[in-house]
Design a binder for this molecule. Structure first.
Ligand SMILES: Nc1nc2c(c(=O)[nH]1)N[C@H]1C(S)=C(S)[C@@H](COP(=O)(O)O)O[C@H]1N2
Ligand SMILES: [Mo]
Length: 399
């Protein structure tokens, strides 16, 4: 069945249930973009859009995306378990490596910083559920707008160097990563991720610094996994254990969450969830406008510079196109690419509003493979609300 038909049937089937609302099931639109930052700030953070304080769930406002590097104090925060350790003893903290290795290792922070080659990578960290509020009906989970993402310069050591020091045994195939939450609350499902050895290249690092400073506590102090190009569910924070195994261990977070339908459109209907599913891995191409913002007023005949960021999974951004006529015609934005292929590409587009009234800016990024962002309405629905990458839109008023 083609997607359009698929949608029609699903809309017809659910029309009765939804008669009290104007939303159509299985459709997608622009993510919610009217939330204000909170009055309250968490330690090391400026006030952000706050969904919960236990666990801390914080979203960066749109204005953050006018710049290519996200500051540490404006970087979004997501934790799954309500109880995160509130104290870390940096002198005794170690990262343990065990399982199918020649030699179990326990590496202190000091050893990590002194005994291994130090490397840096600038990379985008984006939750797979970023922009989830674009999906209708809205899937369960945090109703993120577009701010569950950020781009930082990460410094640390290569995961492969750690694994080589331990020495992998012949049957080594899977690697499990565990955050420190486990130690304190062992009865809740741990936040553990598993990756296949073949997925891990030299770009994967165990990082202790973000933008030249220690990782902020809420972003995983003192150590986190950095997987450039991958959605951030696997970027385990407060990383304390790495376990090498021969078999996939089947864990709650890997089996239930962060998966999409294993079909070409990665889509399904609210009535019939598609099986089988697959884990989300590589990020699709996306752009988000940082300036101007929805509802702003700009002066007639003034010089408006639309600014924002674009990224993909590391293939690199070829161009960012801007439309002011609803997507009929597109113009190229200027690009600035200084931080490598995993980082944000900054774009800017100068515009002189010649007419009064509302004007909508749309941005569409295209990567080096030729993949481009679809219109919001053409994105397939999935029940987890993952991987939304619709053409971004901001509407301002010319006065
Ligand atoms: N230990 C631990 N690591 C974790 C998580 C978690 O709940 N616990 N959540 C993951 C998810 S789903 C996301 S989106 C990112 C969020 O990273 P941030 O809080 O630094 O923005 O951390 C990932 N790593
Ligand atoms: Mo996430």
């Amino acid at each position: 069945m083609k997607r359009r038909e698929f949608l029609k049937t699903s809309i017809a089937a659910s029309a009765a249930i939804l008669s009290t609302t104007t939303l159509s099931a299985g459709e997608t639109r622009q993510p919610i973009d009217n939330r204000k930052v909170s009055d309250m700030a968490f330690p090391q953070k400026r006030p952000l859009i706050t969904y919960s304080d236990r666990p801390p769930l914080l979203e960066s406002p749109r204005s953050t995306f006018a710049r290519g590097i996200t500051q540490n104090d404006e970087f979004f925060v997501r934790w799954h378990l309500p109880d995160i350790p509130t104290h870390i003893d940096t002198d005794s903290y170690t990262i343990k490596i065990d399982g199918l290795v020649e030699q179990d290792l326990e590496i202190s922070l000091k050893e990590l910083k002194n005994d291994f080659e130090q490397v840096e990578v600038t990379a985008v960290l984006q939750c797979g559920g970023n922009s989830r509020s674009a999906f209708t009906p809205i899937p369960g989970g945090i109703q993120w707008g577009s701010g569950a993402m950020g781009c930082a310069k990460w410094k640390g050591v290569r995961l492969s160097d750690l694994l080589n020091r331990a020495g992998l045994k012949k049957d080594a195939h899977w690697i499990g990563f565990n955050g420190l939450e486990k130690a304190a609350y062992y009865k809740t499902p741990n936040f553990v991720r598993e990756l296949e050895l073949t997925e891990l290249d030299d770009h994967v690092i165990v990082a202790y610094q973000m933008n030249g400073e220690d990782l902020p506590y809420l972003n995983g102090f003192p150590l986190r996994l950095v997987l450039p190009g991958y959605y951030s569910d696997s970027w385990v924070k407060m990383l304390s254990n790495i376990t090498v195994t021969d078999k996939y261990k089947s864990l709650f977070f890997m089996d239930m969450a962060y998966r999409v339908p294993d079909n070409k459109c990665e889509c399904e209907t609210p009535e019939h969830h598609f099986k089988p599913t697959k884990p989300i891995t590589n990020m699709n191409v996306k752009s988000v406008i940082g300036y101007p913002e929805n509802g702003m007023k700009v002066y007639h005949n003034s010089h408006v510079v639309v600014r924002g960021v674009a990224f993909d999974d590391g293939h690199g951004i070829r161009e960012v196109l801007v439309s002011v006529d609803g997507g009929k015609t597109w113009d190229k934005a200027e690009l600035k690419q200084e931080n490598g292929r995993y980082a944000y590409t900054e774009f800017r587009y100068a515009y002189k509003p010649a007419d009064y009234g509302k004007v909508t800016f749309m941005t569409k990024a295209v990567n080096r493979l030729g993949d481009e962002q679809p219109f919001a309405k053409d994105i397939g629905w999935n029940h987890g609300g993952y991987k939304y990458n619709g053409i971004d839109e901001v509407t301002v008023e010319v006065v």
